[in-house]
Design a protein around this ligand. Structure first.
Ligand code: ZN
Length: 506
């Protein structure tokens, strides 16, 4: 038995903390309240001046491959005990008949370009159970991956046989233990799916009472329409909708955020089960190919290279890229490249590269894609501080890392999201109360996922517990130095076992 003595207990529901003891028996919480005397065989941890919270749940991560690697402790050391992978349409299964295409499709987001992949959800979950030592892995199955499994990297409409196969693969994945499914409607080939393709999938998720999380078709000038499209899907199918990393990207679009929130709030009032999430940073991070018209990716990267080397095709791509981009070229900082020759460009913006090379921004971008066979990651300045505050303090918002690995410098959210929320956002800026902040990374995401024995501190629940110092918790990770570990995490219990001891244990 384990006794967490005299902590400030945040139960994860958003309720204000109470001073209490937490008695852990085996892998469960046996008692919350005053525990008088110490039971025999009981280890006591003094939690005076510490916050005792449910283990954090990262509702949105791209560490599908890294959660299987024991040395990848970044998320876990922030207090995360459950990580939801398979977001934005990308999951490392099912391979279908297109194993190579799946790697090409997901490599940039999953942080590994060479071979990986699982035949189905069962095999991935087996690997996670065997190798995932640090966090509990809760996968979504990605629509992009499902589509690649049945039709490769082509962007044509699916045949009815392919659609039927995809629906079968989705149902199998959910039955095997996936917590939901995700779309990434800005990423080819998932981007070519319309209502006809998506509605039956949402219906399957609804029938099985699983989450549908979406990276919508636009977060820029098309934000409001994209939001409506997703709300219509939820309205038509009754699925539980999670709008991933909601924001209005690009200065010219910042005023659209309020309109998107109005749509969401109206839908809620109407009875639609919709919520959203965001990471606590003004910059986002993704693959540079995201700025291309996605039709240019039809058929895969080799075909893209052929198009970029063809003068007329390249001009057309350049023109469409310029027309649709929401950010300035100075807003896009290179965070990862494949070749060592371009490694010195990491940390520079596309505008910097254009100036260095004496060319236009769009040409710097397209040349870089050619040089790197499209393997370029970027950090992009997206949203205003006011908008970020409006999102983080909104009652429908969960807080996520959206973290992923790059060959270069990752976005600091990979190492810092949770302590950043509790430290800078909550303690320093006071954008929300500590109880509300804890709720957004515990009870709220647990409710979205339908968890019934985690995400809250309740007697009889599984003992996933994160203990931190509310006066010290912080992330020193910055865009320049993103790989610094958090401060102020005292210890973490997973299934009742102490799995991490930080820098202050009494
Ligand atoms: Zn996304």
């Amino acid at each position: 038995m384990l006794l967490l003595k005299n902590g400030s207990v945040f139960d994860g529901s958003g309720a204000e903390p109470i001073r209490a003891d937490l008695l852990i028996d085996g892998n469960k919480i046996a008692r919350i309240g005053p525990v008088n005397g110490t039971p025999a065989d009981c280890r006591t941890l003094d939690c005076s001046n510490l916050a005792v919270a449910p283990g954090f749940i990262d509702l949105h991560s791209h560490a599908d491959l890294q959660v299987l690697q024991a040395e990848r402790t970044e998320k876990f050391h922030q207090g995360v005990t459950t990580e939801v992978v398979g977001n934005c349409g990308f999951s490392p299964f099912p391979q279908g008949g297109h194993a190579h295409d799946l790697c090409e499709f997901g490599g940039g987001i999953l942080g590994q370009r060479d071979h990986w992949g699982w035949a189905n959800a069962t095999e991935y979950l087996d690997s996670a159970a065997r190798l995932g030592k640090n966090v509990r892995v809760a996968p979504l199955v990605g629509h992009g991956s499902l589509r690649v499994a049945v039709a490769g990297l082509d962007q044509r409409p699916l045949t009815s046989a392919e659609q039927e196969r995809m629906e079968g693969l989705l149902a199998d994945s959910l039955d095997a233990g996936c917590v939901g499914f995700s779309t990434g409607l800005m990423y080819a080939p998932g981007s070519s799916a319309g209502k006809q393709e998506l509605e039956p999938l949402c219906r399957i998720a609804a029938a099985k009472d699983k989450l549908y999380a979406t990276h919508m078709r636009s977060y820029a000038n098309g934000l409001v329409d994209a939001t409506r499209e997703q709300l219509d899907l939820a309205r038509a199918t009754g699925c539980r909708l999670q709008i991933s990393h909601l924001q209005a990207a690009g200065r010219a679009n910042w005023d659209l955020q309020r309109r998107a929130l109005d749509e969401i709030e109206r839908a809620r009032a109407e009875g639609i089960d919709v919520e959203f999430d965001i990471y606590p940073y003004q910059c986002g991070s993704t693959v540079l190919t995201q700025w291309l018209p996605q039709a240019a990716l039809d058929g895969g990267m080799d075909t893209l290279m052929t198009r970029l080397r063809d003068k007329a095709a390249r001009e057309k791509i350049a023109e469409e890229t310029e027309r649709s981009r929401a950010q300035e070229w100075s807003d896009l900082t290179i965070s990862g490249v494949a070749t060592s020759g371009n490694r010195p460009l990491i940390g520079k913006t596309i505008a910097d590269v254009a100036a260095l090379r004496g060319c236009a921004g769009v040409d710097a971008m397209l040349d870089l894609l050619i040089e790197e066979h499209a393997e370029v990651n970027v950090i992009c300045f997206n949203q205003s501080e006011d908008n970020l505050r409006q999102l983080l303090s909104h009652p429908l918002c969960s807080v996520i890392s959206d973290g992923f690995y790059v060959t270069g410098k990752p976005h600091p959210r990979l190492h810092g999201t949770f302590p950043e929320l509790l430290g800078r956002v909550t303690r320093e800026r006071r954008w929300l109360t500590l109880a509300a902040a804890v709720h957004k990374i515990t009870g709220k995401p647990a409710a979205r996922l339908g968890f019934r024995d985690r995400g809250l501190l309740r007697e009889g629940y599984m003992a996933d517990v994160t203990v931190f110092d509310p006066e010290r918790v912080a992330s020193p990770a910055t865009y320049e130095t993103p790989e610094l570990p958090p401060e102020g995490i005292a210890f973490i219990l997973k299934n009742g076992e102490i799995s991490f001891q930080g820098d202050r244990v009494s």
